[in-house]
Design a protein around this ligand. Structure first.
Ligand SMILES: [Zn+2]
Length: 424
């Protein structure tokens, strides 16, 4: 593992291709699932000479991982150290596992992410996400910061009071946080006369929700946080299956891809790479993973990318914010949307704190979207007009008692709020 990001683009690609070939060779020898896939598709893994050769292989889906889970294990069980789960698409969580090499790789990835943000050994970082609950990312942050040598405060998720008490006690410089939790922390500080504007925190590394729009400007959520609290926000985007995080540098122009840790394709519906700036599905091949190596894993995440050099000096590809999941694409009266577009409008509107978005098929099999607001909200027509001004179309608006709405938004079985519910 050596960081290729500052090399010239040709060198990055050559280095990445070499690692990709090694990974395909490892997989062809060790992964029962892919051995079968290679033989069923009559593919000789030795034939992989250029990136395009990879396209002969079908993508691996979340359903593949769920249905054939144990066939993805490519190491002896005794070598597995960390057992985690990923959120499943067929209802139940999916097993995922890491050995020693995978944990070191994860540490290297997060070490680079944090260093790229500007965190140094002498800094302190408060991790406000869970380190347990079978969650890979929390542990990854800890391992990356340990490698960097920074101070770490593991407060875990929730508990704004504990967060502020820890900030006052240890004076951390950075937070790792979910953006909407930062709003909860601000609210708690305001209600309890905590002088948060003069706290030790100078920046937050944010996961789970996009902070920027496709032009890399702060979105409504990002603006709301920074207007209330003058800290710098960095996006980072990751998933268990990718076993890799993509993180912003101080230029805030997209999430940098660590080319030696993951190979990325952004594909249209025909499986062809889209042009920079066009929306496509992120398909990944993590490099150097051993326990559950994946080839061409289709993340379902729809996003754009750019390839021009970044002002920080890195020349590797950068990813835009996730706009939605592939199957979440909504066609509303001829306009194509992803849930994030609707969330953006509701956040920009700013008068509804808790909302849900539901998608249905109507009698004619057309998409129908319903936004559910708390029953204290009565400006339904105003909100519809606001939607029309931003998206040219308006969803149906309904209201529910706020307690019921919050119960639906935070189901006990989920680690994340469920803002979008798809009934199509
Ligand atoms: Zn950069």
């Amino acid at each position: 593992m050596s960081d290729l990001s500052f090399e010239k683009i040709e060198q990055i690609k050559a280095g990445q291709l070499k690692l990709l070939k090694q990974q395909v060779e490892y997989i062809s020898k060790n992964s029962p699932f892919y051995k079968k896939l290679f033989s069923e598709n009559s593919i000789d893994p030795q034939e992989l000479q250029i990136f395009e050769d990879l396209q002969k292989l079908p993508v691996t889906t979340k359903e593949d991982l769920q249905r054939n889970n144990s066939e993805f294990i490519a190491v002896p069980e005794a070598d597995i150290i960390d057992y985690v789960t990923t959120s499943g698409t067929l209802g139940s969580p999916v097993n995922f596992a890491l050995n020693n090499v995978d944990l070191d790789r994860l540490a290297e990835n997060e070490y680079r992410s944090f260093a790229q943000v500007g965190i140094k050994k002498e800094d302190k970082v408060q991790i406000t996400t869970t380190l347990d609950r079978r969650f890979m990312a929390g542990l990854a942050y800890f391992l990356g910061l340990r490698k960097l040598g920074a101070g770490i405060i593991r407060t875990g998720s929730g508990l704004p009071q504990l967060q502020w008490e820890s900030i006052e006690r240890f004076k951390p410089d950075y937070l790792v946080a979910v953006p909407s939790f930062l709003l909860k922390m601000i609210q708690y500080a305001e209600e309890n006369d905590i002088d948060y504007q003069n706290s030790s925190i100078k920046a937050a590394i944010c996961i789970g929700e996009p902070l920027r729009d496709q032009e890399f400007n702060l979105n409504a959520l990002g603006k709301k946080i920074t207007e209330l609290w003058n800290i710098e926000l960095f996006s980072t985007y990751a998933s268990t299956e990718m076993s890799t995080a993509f993180t912003e540098c101080p230029a805030h122009l997209g999430n940098h891809v660590a080319s030696d840790l993951i190979y990325t394709e952004i594909l249209n519906e025909d499986g062809q790479q889209v042009e920079p700036g066009e929306v496509g599905e992120l398909v990944v091949t993590p490099l150097g993973t051993q326990t559950m190596p994946l080839l061409r894993f289709a993340t379902g995440d729809m996003l754009t990318y750019c390839e021009d050099a970044c002002s920080c000096g890195r020349n590797s590809m950068r990813l835009g914010p996730v706009l939605g999941r592939k199957q979440q694409k909504i066609k509303l009266k001829g306009t194509s949307l992803y849930p994030q577009h609707i969330i953006e409008v509701l956040n920009a509107y700013g008068k509804i704190e808790n909302f849900l978005i539901e998608a249905y098929l109507d009698d004619l099999n057309n998409d129908k979207v319903i936004v559910i607001a708390p029953n204290s909200f009565d400006k339904l027509e105003e909100l519809k007009d606001y939607f029309r001004s931003r998206l040219n179309v308006a969803p149906e608006i309904r209201v529910l008692p706020v307690a019921e709405l919050i119960k639906m938004k935070f189901p006990k079985t989920s680690r994340k709020p469920q803002i979008f519910r798809d009934f199509r």
